[in-house]
Design a binder for this molecule. Structure first.
Ligand SMILES: [Zn+2]
Length: 460
């Protein structure tokens, strides 16, 4: 790839970097990108039957490859007495036991296909937000351009053009060398660690001068900036801005609403994970999420181990990725909970749709009876105080007990009556709980710069 050539020569790096940054994705990312992107532009028009046929064929190919070349799967298939030819339809897939993070950690070497040289593979690690971090291998030459083709084809629904240079502001987990910001290729990278109240105007100035086409952000980070914008009645001037693209965290409805209000453009959310077994993006028409059938095969499994088929039924996403032949993930338990829907999207695409990604499994409280309670409503008790609160974070260490840490804005005071009120509203929603409210100086981010609304220390 062009990028590898550039990396090798430092003398020509700077001018070439400049030229390189002005090359559109369609040329820049090479033939795998172009083939995948062009294919996706065709396959999004396929009917359901054709998509299903494609998926079954890809599944069978992957299963055959795994049985023949991956020691872990060879052993597993023999243990449960199945042969690749036994997989004839989507029901047969259920004969294959799940792959869990635990299994991957314990069988890392045996999960590599013997068709690949381990030294030429890229080792990827996932964040530890759902427990212990996990590592695995991918074929780097294939993985990145393919992934980027899927992502940009979803973004093309909101105006991202792979044939031109799109200017992006990035407010994610990066740590810019200038502390708050840096320019890299054609992007303005902002730190999500320095979003203090005093810095907010610096961020807004930098963004306005840069005039981006898109802002790509962690919802929690961009939302902090939006709160400042709305509270101070600022009207950011970015005439080319088309959308705010959010990923990597839950996007709550209140965040979406305020981000759209602050910037006056739509928020576009998509779902992906480092394991690259499933990808999904919002539909520009309905806001439902399309899980891309060409990327992998997804199942939504409810608590009893059955497919979640009811409207609004929540289940865990179990994914089989078609892209990683170096280390196949078959029926991988993502730990991500999604909301099923039986609605059919009116956009003409026939992918599986889900209502939303409900969140990592850890994004629940556990009540006094040990029952899981969705965390999403925990924002409501703070609603009437949102102008006073800079940030907050719930912590749960014991079932039925939560700690709420509140960081107030500078110069703001809160009294015991307000505390009582917050407590009362919280307990209206979460009846089987006790809550302790604490004022803190600052609320910590994760190592990757994410801001967590809930630190769940219980094993859910
Ligand atoms: Zn749609």
């Amino acid at each position: 790839m062009l990028k590898d050539i550039i990396k090798k020569s430092y003398i020509i790096q700077k001018p070439i970097r400049y030229i390189y940054s002005s090359i559109p994705d369609y040329i820049r990312y090479g033939s795998t990108f172009r083939e995948t992107y062009n294919f996706l532009k065709q396959s999004e028009k396929w009917d359901e039957k054709k998509l299903k046929e494609y998926q079954l064929k890809e599944l069978q190919k992957l299963i055959y490859h795994s049985y023949e070349t991956v020691p872990y799967y060879n052993k597993l298939f023999n243990e449960v007495r199945i042969k690749p030819k036994d997989i004839q339809d989507f029901n047969d897939i259920k004969k294959i036991p799940y792959l869990t993070k635990e299994i991957i950690r314990n069988n890392l070497e045996d999960l590599i296909s013997n068709k690949y040289d381990k030294n030429k593979l890229k080792y990827v690690t996932t964040g530890g937000s759902t427990g212990v971090p996990m590592g695995f291998y991918v074929d780097k030459l294939y993985d990145k351009p393919r992934e980027w083709a899927f992502i940009t084809s979803m973004w093309s629904r909101i105006g991202y053009d792979v044939n031109k240079v799109n200017r992006n502001v990035i407010l994610r987990g990066n740590i810019p060398y200038k502390g708050v910001y840096e320019y890299k290729n054609r992007d303005l990278i902002l730190s999500s660690f320095k979003l203090t109240e005093e810095n907010m105007h610096v961020y807004i100035d930098l963004m306005e001068k840069f005039n981006p086409d898109f802002i790509r952000a962690y919802p929690s980070a961009i939302h902090m900036l939006c709160k400042y914008i709305l509270n101070n009645n600022i009207k950011p001037k970015m005439k080319n801005l088309k959308a705010i693209i959010c990923a990597s965290e839950n996007l709550y409805n209140f965040q979406r609403k305020e981000i759209e209000e602050a910037f006056g453009v739509r928020v576009y959310s998509f779902y992906g994970h480092s394991e690259h077994a499933c990808i999904g993006g919002e539909c520009e028409n309905t806001g439902l999420y399309h899980l891309q059938s060409e990327y992998g095969y997804s199942e939504i499994i409810n608590e009893t181990g059955q497919d979640a088929v009811e409207e609004d039924e929540i289940g865990e996403l179990v994914a089989t990725g078609f892209g990683n032949y170096a280390m196949p993930f078959i029926r991988y338990r993502t730990n991500d909970m999604v909301v099923n829907t039986n609605k059919i999207c009116n956009c003409g695409r026939h992918y599986k749709v889900i209502k939303k990604v409900e969140g990592r499994q850890q994004e629940y409280f556990l009540d006094k009876n040990g029952e899981k309670v969705i965390f999403t409503w925990a924002d409501y008790p703070l609603w009437e105080y949102k102008d006073m609160i800079w940030a907050y974070q719930y912590i749960q260490n014991e079932p039925g007990q939560v700690i709420l840490n509140i960081e107030l804005k500078k110069g703001v005071e809160i009294n015991s009556k307000d505390f009582k009120n917050i407590k009362k509203i919280f307990l209206d929603y979460y009846t089987d709980f006790d809550i302790e409210i604490l004022l803190v100086k600052s609320i910590q981010r994760t190592k990757r710069g994410k801001f967590k609304y809930l630190v769940q220390n219980l094993n859910i």
